[in-house]
Design a protein. Structure first.
Lengths: 163, 491
């Protein structure tokens, strides 16, 4: 194996960071007790608390400043394994309109096969007593309507499919 | 009064029942199919199911509620806020059924429930008002015509609405048709009345309201003001009392005005008179909320009264035990409404299961909530999880206590307005007290919360690596028993 600088990739909730060993060594870090730490970074003194960890210590839950982060550490080997895996990003674009929030479908304003123009209302979604017009931002033909009035939908659920 | 039914759900139902129990009275909960597990149902002495989850088939079914009251020998109904709380017809039916409605008279609700009747009622008291039309309409074309006369921006308000529901600002004539249609439809489905009201939208406004308490004998006092200018989607998120800008002179003037508004409709029970305050501290009467207000806890904290207890005492015919002179502000109180909404995604509802739910505790910290860990936030109702309320000797102390309490409030599984609260309470404009209802528009961007989260995430990441490396060092003797991978790498 080639001798390179150790690089770590860490996922913390939706954020991803990379560090080399030098950066980690330089960090001003103290351990108050087995589960509590303090780090001074950019002159900010921050306390952190370990909430959970797996046996290897690579999947952790750490609280910083009241926020909880779920962390996954990947060392060089893990990253290499990942890159050998099937991480092919298939760019298959399904044209569809998804629910931006969970709610109840109040009214569907279009029919299958109908041509709709940008800015036209597709349906009305009610969430938390607010009515929201779901508009289309392109010109297209409605291929299929996947919901019916009165139906509860989850966030991300397909509302209509477009040709 | 021996048994009170609380015609509501969630945190407010639970909060009301706590006072009911404190007063030695039995409580009856109502619930929908979606709320069987709710704390208010578990807390109550008795509970009855109203029906399916949608409010129209459960919490808004007044006839069913009254029927249950008769069956269970209930002698008082507390409506909470929202749902049937400002429905005069329901209050009338309750009264006609020989049950005490814990709130104002149907007549006072009718007057103040219609913004037009309310304006008519307070006219003779010379209370200043915002320019607008003096009748409710449900005609889109007429609305466009009137809006042109008043001048944009125009505010559309549901005649029967309240609490920001059914309110829309229209910036330009092009949007009027769509917005008006939506407002009418929303008003119809939420309040059963599609008529709306148009008025000039005052720029740089503050929203300040006054708590009033009135008994059945014409005694009316006010319980100081609440500053409610921090809003998103025209709905309050943060409230505090006293207001940072109200002077003792203004407090007296706005308080007197509120008392007069209450007197104009022979108001009984607790109520709230809302005012719009401009940058020169002129105040305009907006409306009166004829119910217990969501943000009533901040007032309770600084005037030392249990407002629900006052409501019950008044309902059973007791005279007010206090006078205006007894109302003195003690310290400062702030409330943050914790909504299941994502402040990083335009405050859209964030529905899910509360996989973790831990409340902050301590002196001067009050959490009014209606959820427990493991519960799911239903899509059918208002997405409020809790009200986090703190009390401090000074405003600064209260702000600091709030920031600490937010840190200790652990909610996982849904996004909440907690990070938004931190953003506001750390913001200079909030700290200085110089802000209006446009605070969110003027200062708030999700990027600022994101940047802070990222900084904290990076710290967590460094700590994680430090921890892992130390652990690895300790584990080496065990782990080094050559795994197949190790062997492969060695060759």
């Amino acid at each position: 194996m080639s001798k390179r600088n150790k690089t770590f990739m860490v996922k913390a909730n939706e954020f991803v960071f990379s560090f080399d060993q030098e950066e980690i060594d330089k960090a001003d870090f103290i351990k108050k007790n087995p589960a509590e730490f303090n780090l001074i970074k950019d002159n900010r003194s921050v306390n952190a608390k370990l909430l959970e960890s797996d046996i290897a210590g690579k999947n952790l839950k750490i609280e910083v400043d009241g926020e909880t982060f779920e962390l996954v550490i990947k060392d060089e080997l893990d990253q290499r394994l990942d890159s050998m895996g099937f991480s092919s990003t298939s760019t298959k674009h399904i044209k569809e309109i998804k629910a931006p929030m969970p709610g109840l479908v109040l009214e569907v304003a279009v029919k299958e096969g109908q041509e709709v123009k940008e800015g036209e209302r597709i349906l009305i979604l009610e969430a938390m007593k607010m009515e929201n017009s779901i508009m289309i931002h392109t010109t297209a033909i409605i291929k299929r309507i996947a919901v019916t009035p009165g139906q509860a939908v989850d966030k991300g659920q397909v509302l209509v499919e477009l040709e | 009064m021996k048994k009170i039914l609380v015609a509501n759900r969630g945190e407010i139902a639970l909060r009301i029942m706590r006072t009911i129990r404190k007063m030695g009275i039995k409580s009856v909960a109502v619930y929908s199919d979606a709320d069987r597990h709710s704390p208010h149902v578990l807390f109550a002495d008795e509970a009855v199911c109203l029906g399916p989850a949608p409010s129209s088939q459960s919490y808004l079914n007044g006839d069913k509620i009254i029927a249950f009251c008769k069956e269970l020998g209930v002698d008082g109904i507390h409506p909470g806020y929202g749902f049937l709380s400002e429905n005069a017809e329901f209050a009338q039916k309750v009264t006609d059924a020989g049950i005490e409605f814990i709130g104002p008279t149907p007549e006072a609700m009718r007057i103040m429930g219609s913004k037009l009747a309310a304006k008519e009622s307070v006219k003779k008291y010379n209370i200043p008002m915002v320019p607008g039309i003096d009748r409710a309409i449900d005609d889109v074309n007429l609305a466009i015509e009137i809006a042109d006369k008043i001048g944009y921006p125009v505010l559309i308000k549901a005649s029967a609405g309240g609490g920001g529901k059914g309110m829309r600002i229209v910036e330009k004539a092009d949007d009027m048709q769509e917005q008006m249609e939506r407002a009418i439809s929303e008003a119809k489905s939420s309040f059963g009345d599609g008529s709306v009201f148009l008025e000039k939208y005052v720029t740089s406004p503050r929203h300040i309201e006054v708590q009033v308490v009135a008994d059945k004998y014409g005694n009316v006092i006010h319980g100081l003001e609440r500053e409610c200018s921090i809003q998103r989607r025209h709905q309050k998120v943060i409230e505090e009392t006293p207001s940072a800008i109200v002077t003792p002179e203004m407090r007296e003037k706005i308080g007197d005005a509120a008392v007069m508004v209450a007197k104009s409709c022979n108001y009984v029970s607790t109520g709230t008179v809302e005012f719009l305050v401009d940058d020169k501290l002129n105040f305009y009467f907006l409306e009166m909320n004829t119910r217990l207000q969501v943000e009533h806890p901040v007032s309770e904290m600084i005037i030392g009264l249990d407002l629900v207890e006052q409501q019950i005492r008044i309902a059973r015919g007791e005279k007010l035990g206090i006078t205006q002179d007894d109302i003195k502000p003690n310290g400062h109180a702030i409330e943050l409404r914790v909504y299941a909404e994502d402040p990083l995604n335009n405050f859209l509802p964030s529905i899910g299961t509360l996989t973790k739910y831990e409340k902050p505790t301590g002196e001067g910290i009050r959490v009014d909530d209606g959820y427990e860990e493991g519960m799911t936030i239903p899509i059918y109702y208002d997405p409020m999880i809790a009200k986090l309320v703190v009390h401090g000797k000074t405003r600064t102390e209260a702000i600091q206590k709030m920031l600490q309490a937010i840190k200790e409030y652990k909610i996982e599984g849904v996004a909440t307005t907690l990070p938004f609260g931190t953003f506001v309470f750390e913001h200079d404009a909030f700290f200085s007290g110089k802000f209006d209802t446009h605070f969110v528009k003027n200062y708030y961007t999700p990027e600022k919360i994101k940047a802070k989260q990222k900084a904290n995430a990076e710290i967590a990441a460094i700590v994680a690596i430090k921890y892992w490396q130390e652990r690895k060092r300790m584990l080496i003797p065990v782990e080094h028993k050559s795994t197949s991978w190790k062997r492969r790498l060695a060759h």
